[in-house]
Write a protein that binds this ligand. Structure first.
Ligand SMILES: C[S@@+](CC[C@H](N)C(=O)[O-])C[C@H]1O[C@@H](n2cnc3c(N)ncnc32)[C@H](O)[C@@H]1O
Length: 394
């Protein structure tokens, strides 16, 4: 039987690997506020609104969103461990029981009589649960249908093989991990945490434990076509207007009065511009040139190569084998050739070259290669996108 991404893995392992650091709750709220602000959503947007959060995980993010005072908050998840944590938050009063409701279910297979389908939601939040589904575009469209027709707002995450390239490289270390610990998930988790702790510590703003990151990114079986890029998400929702994103990569110089013409839209500009900037998602330390100057676009070629690389890594990951190490090395060589010498990508290129040099060591099941720059290399991972229902009165 086909495994459902997230749900079957999380349920069989009885995990919910998305705990946020709540030791400083005001800092947690500041992070969430910053996220929403970058998406064009102020706390006032949430006040008095009817919210649906799909895939709330631990409910940690709901705690912050709740401080914006929504009128109702429905949390939908299909993982019993998530539901348990969310219900505990409601029972303890951390989430207001008068306004919160929990529904158990797979959002991709909601029964026709589901309470979720009978309600209107002003804001639908679907964070970290749309990409990685078996068909991410269909998944996106199924969450979008839950947004109210009247100016409703959708917040989703997007990701692709470029922004995840550094993680995909790390996933290629899984066969070596298996060689050392065999088929024991507990030992695989422990060894992975030991290997990647020094990598993870290079992310100063990381807010979840390394073990959760390992469970989600190294040991989690990913679907074959997991990517949902920023532009493909925007293009898949013609009834929605781009509202904001992080990274905030659009600069719109159009005069607001030009929007009297209904042909002036919001999503076209955002979708087209993505190809010019996506290379900067390779490394969270890089940013597009401040002077706004354009350069030869490599976006489409980069996506193609990184996708091919991703498929090779997926094969190695599934087989727990380095039989394709030569092909993997050659593909990394192509990606390296494309990004080498491009300003802003020098650190990513160095790290990628170093990772390539470590392949023979990895192929021996040896995880002790003396990396210098690779552990500090992280891409932009997930991006966030907000959209609003295209206004029918425009
Ligand atoms: C990676 S976690 C993200 C949690 C949280 N939104 C966050 O960003 O920290 C994915 C969450 O979505 C839930 N989920 C994934 N696929 C789902 C589906 N088809 N139906 C319902 N919940 C799903 C998982 O159980 C989990 O709670």
């Amino acid at each position: 039987m086909t495994q459902r991404p997230y749900l079957d893995y999380y349920t069989s392992a009885a995990i919910v690997p998305v705990h946020q650091d709540l030791s400083d709750f005001p800092a947690h709220v500041r992070r969430r506020k910053a996220l929403y602000r970058l998406l064009g959503l102020s706390p006032l947007t949430f006040r008095g609104s009817r919210i649906l959060e799909i895939g709330p995980g631990t409910g940690d993010n709901a705690l912050a969103t709740f401080t914006f005072d929504p009128s109702s908050y429905l949390l939908l998840d299909g993982n019993p461990s998530s539901l348990l944590e969310v219900r505990q938050k409601i029972a303890s009063g951390a989430l207001d029981p008068a306004r919160c409701e929990v529904v158990e279910g797979d959002y991709l297979a909601l029964p026709a009589d589901s309470v979720v389908l009978s309600r209107q939601f002003d804001i639908v939040l679907a964070e970290g649960c749309v990409p990685f589904q078996l068909d991410p575009v269909a998944a996106l469209q199924s969450v979008a249908r839950l947004v109210t027709e009247q100016d409703g707002i959708l917040v989703v995450t997007t990701t692709d093989e470029v922004s995840m390239l550094s993680e995909i490289c790390r996933r290629y270390m899984k066969p070596a991990i298996t060689q050392q610990v065999g088929d024991d998930p507990g030992r695989a988790l422990d060894l992975s945490c030991t290997v990647f702790a020094s990598h993870y510590s290079n992310l100063p703003a990381a807010s979840r434990p390394v073990s959760d990151w390992v469970l989600d990114n190294i040991l989690h079986p990913w679907s074959r076509h997991w990517a949902l890029s920023m532009s493909s998400a925007i293009d898949a929702l013609p009834d929605f207007d781009y509202l904001g994103s992080t990274p905030d990569y659009t600069t719109d110089w159009r005069w607001y009065k030009s929007f009297a013409d209904p042909r002036e839209g919001w999503s076209g500009v955002a979708s087209q511009r993505w190809e010019n900037v996506l290379e900067f998602t390779l490394d969270w330390r890089s940013t597009p040139p401040a002077d706004g100057s354009e350069r030869d676009p490599i976006g489409a070629e980069l996506v193609r190569l990184c996708r091919e690389f991703g498929h090779l890594v997926d094969n190695a990951w599934s087989a727990d084998s380095y039989a394709n190490a030569e092909e993997v090395g050659a593909k990394i060589g192509e990606i390296h050739g494309l990004i080498k010498g491009r300003s802003g990508l020098d650190q990513a290129a160095r790290a990628l070259g170093e990772f390539r040099a470590s392949l023979p060591t990895l192929a021996d099941g040896d995880l002790s290669f003396p990396y210098e720059s690779f552990p500090a290399w992280w891409g932009r991972g997930m991006q966030y996108l907000s959209l609003s229902r295209a206004s029918s009165t425009a």
